[in-house]
Ligand binder design. Structure first.
Ligand code: HEM
Length: 90
């Protein structure tokens, strides 16, 4: 996956709600590593796959991107989120 391209996808599609790895809609549900581990289904089984699943399908107030972004773009943005979470979004 292309992390740099994922960063562009993130800025265009995710940052409105998840600026800096936060969450303006539901403040607990950030994109920080501890929140991913706590709230994201099947995160232990594969970090990027779990992120990609939620992006594709949405959850509650988060919209689904499966009809909007290609599978490749979703894989790239998942790799970006995982990379940033590992760095603490610093
Ligand atoms: C949760 C990624 C776009 C609102 C999450 C989570 C991930 C994620 C990985 C799980 C984290 C957690 O629950 O702590 C993304 C990506 C996006 C995107 C990569 C762009 C492709 C958006 C947008 C919104 C949004 C545009 C607002 C309109 C939310 C909300 C949750 C959430 C409300 C919590 C869902 C719940 O469990 O109830 N997001 N997101 N997200 N996101 Fe997004």
């Amino acid at each position: 996956a292309d992390v740099a391209h994922g960063g562009q996808i993130f800025s265009a599609n995710c940052a409105a709600c998840h600026m800096g790895g936060g969450n303006v809609v539901n403040a607990e549900r950030t994109l920080k590593a501890d929140a991913l581990a706590s709230y994201l289904a099947n995160y232990d089984a594969g970090h990027e796959a779990a992120i990609a699943y939620q992006v594709t399908n949405g959850k509650n107030a988060m919209p689904a991107f499966g009809g909007k972004l290609s599978d490749g773009d979703i894989a790239d943005v998942a790799a970006y989120v995982e990379d940033m979470a590992a760095k603490g979004w610093a």
